[in-house]
Design a protein around this ligand. Structure first.
Ligand SMILES: Nc1nc2c(ncn2[C@@H]2O[C@H](COP(=O)(O)OP(=O)(O)OP(=O)(O)O)[C@@H](O)[C@H]2O)c(=O)[nH]1
Ligand SMILES: [Mg+2]
Length: 375
């Protein structure tokens, strides 16, 4: 090797050495010179993706990160509660992982909402407006019949019985959210609502658990639905499965949703304000046909069908029951109920602040017994 070549190699080694030392000792230097940062600055890079593949805050988990997003549907009037939920999940989980957030609303998000929420998020965040036809009551609904049903539900004191916007929300969450353009690139979502609480540290990645264990739907709380909100749902579902028997999974979870082999629905469902699930399942042929069939009956408006029983019946009938996962280790609260970890060691491991004795799992209104009897 001639002298010039030796000098070049020596200079290169010095530069690499200095870079390594600076990256190690100066976090900011490491971040701005990382390959992921440099690639995010290229003209064709998506700015929302800039933290997706490993800024230094989340570096330890970045290579393992799944194709997933945290998802919240909210109104501008939910700002305070939305910020509190986001901050809690960031503290307990996401600051270690850096998953992106997506917020959806049928109206444009206010500057205030965006500013306040972005302030408590460490990774990428995007705000989307829901297309008109994914949200509002469709034209095929007979409004006279729908409003008569609402009047009757108000008289019968049924919760949200008189609300059209609640019905829009339930239908959107049942069959539309996963079609939103901002969600197209993701497989997994974790549904988060304003004003919920996370009581334990979440140190291992639930998305990775889902992926590695071939799961498609994860829940923390299960309970009974109000029959008055879904009087004809089971008949509709039964008609669908009779017409499409090939869709029913041979290893389904029928014993959880019915006490008599499918003759009637026992009203058990997964409480869908918490969900960690695969959008691929909702986007697939079986669930798409199922949702369209339900929707065509108008039950979302003539009754008050919730997204929780719709998702639950879809997943329990058309998926393998082994693909449904109970996240005992995630301490979760949505007023008025708390799931507090109870299986051995989970409460201690997560340093949970909740009282395990108050866990909804032990409540008479919980469907945990029905869930456990299918195993
Ligand atoms: N953008 C938008 N979001 C809504 C609307 N109604 C409800 N949501 C959201 O939809 C989710 C469910 O609504 P909630 O009002 O919490 O319904 P719920 O959980 O059945 O009832 P609560 O016990 O009141 O919490 C939450 O994330 C709300 O922020 C609406 O009209 N517009
Ligand atoms: Mg709620």
């Amino acid at each position: 090797m001639n002298t010039a070549a030796r000098y070049v190699i020596l200079v290169l080694l010095i530069i690499i050495g200095l870079h390594a030392i600076l990256s190690f000792t100066h976090e900011d230097y490491g971040r701005v010179t990382s390959l992921s940062h440099i690639s995010s600055q290229l003209p064709w890079a998506d700015p929302h993706d800039s933290a997706l593949f490993g800024d230094t805050h989340h570096a330890a988990n970045a290579t393992q990160r799944q194709n997933a997003t945290l998802l919240m549907l909210a109104r501008n009037s939910d700002t305070d509660n939305a910020v509190r939920s986001v901050r809690e999940l960031e503290d307990k989980f996401n600051k270690k992982f850096g998953y992106p957030w997506v917020f959806l609303n049928e109206e444009e998000f206010s500057e205030e909402f965006k500013r306040r929420v972005s302030n408590v998020i460490s990774g990428p965040v995007s705000f989307g407006q829901i297309p008109h036809d994914h949200w509002y009551q469709p034209d095929f609904i007979d409004e006279a019949k729908a409003s008569a049903a609402r009047e009757q539900m108000i008289k019968d004191n049924i919760i949200y019985g008189g609300s059209v916007s609640y019905r829009n929300m339930c239908r959107f969450n049942s069959g539309f959210f996963y079609r939103h353009e901002l969600l197209q690139k993701y497989k997994w979502y974790w549904r988060v609502e304003p004003d919920v609480h996370f009581h334990c540290d979440i140190d291992s990645d639930p998305f990775k658990f889902m992926e590695d264990n071939n799961k498609i739907y994860g829940f923390t709380i299960t309970m009974y639905e109000y029959h008055a909100t879904i009087p004809t749902m089971w008949d509709t579902v039964t008609r669908f499965t009779r017409e499409n028997p090939q869709y029913v999974h041979p290893n389904n979870a029928m014993a959880y949703i019915s006490d008599n082999g499918g003759e009637s629905y026992n009203l058990c469902h997964f409480w869908s304000n918490f969900e960690i699930a695969s959008m691929d399942f909702w986007r697939g042929e079986v669930y798409s046909k199922f949702f369209d069939y339900l929707d065509a009956t108008g039950g979302f408006y003539y009754e008050r069908w919730g997204d929780a029983p719709v998702h639950s019946l879809g997943v329990t009938l058309f998926a393998d029951k082994d693909q449904i996962h109970f996240f005992d280790d995630i301490g979760y609260e949505h007023n008025p109920y708390v799931h507090c970890p109870r299986q051995s060691g989970n409460w201690e491991k997560g340093k949970c602040a909740c009282n395990p004795e108050r866990s909804f799992d032990f409540d008479g209104y919980s469907c945990m017994r029905q869930w456990e009897r299918i195993w």
